[in-house]
Design a protein. Structure first.
Length: 44
């Protein structure tokens, strides 16, 4: 059971580091998608 917790903690750490490294790119991508949807009056 301890091994499972350690693996889960390692995966969580990797996800957090990845989000911190690419956070602004994800926000920009989301913003571009929303702008495109609004341009075509879909979901805006």
């Amino acid at each position: 059971m301890v091994e499972f917790a350690l693996i889960l903690a390692l995966i969580a750490l990797i996800v957090i580091v990845a989000l911190l490294a690419t956070g602004s790119q994800v926000v920009n991508l989301y913003s571009d998608i929303v702008q495109t949807m609004c341009l075509y009056h879909a979901g805006c």
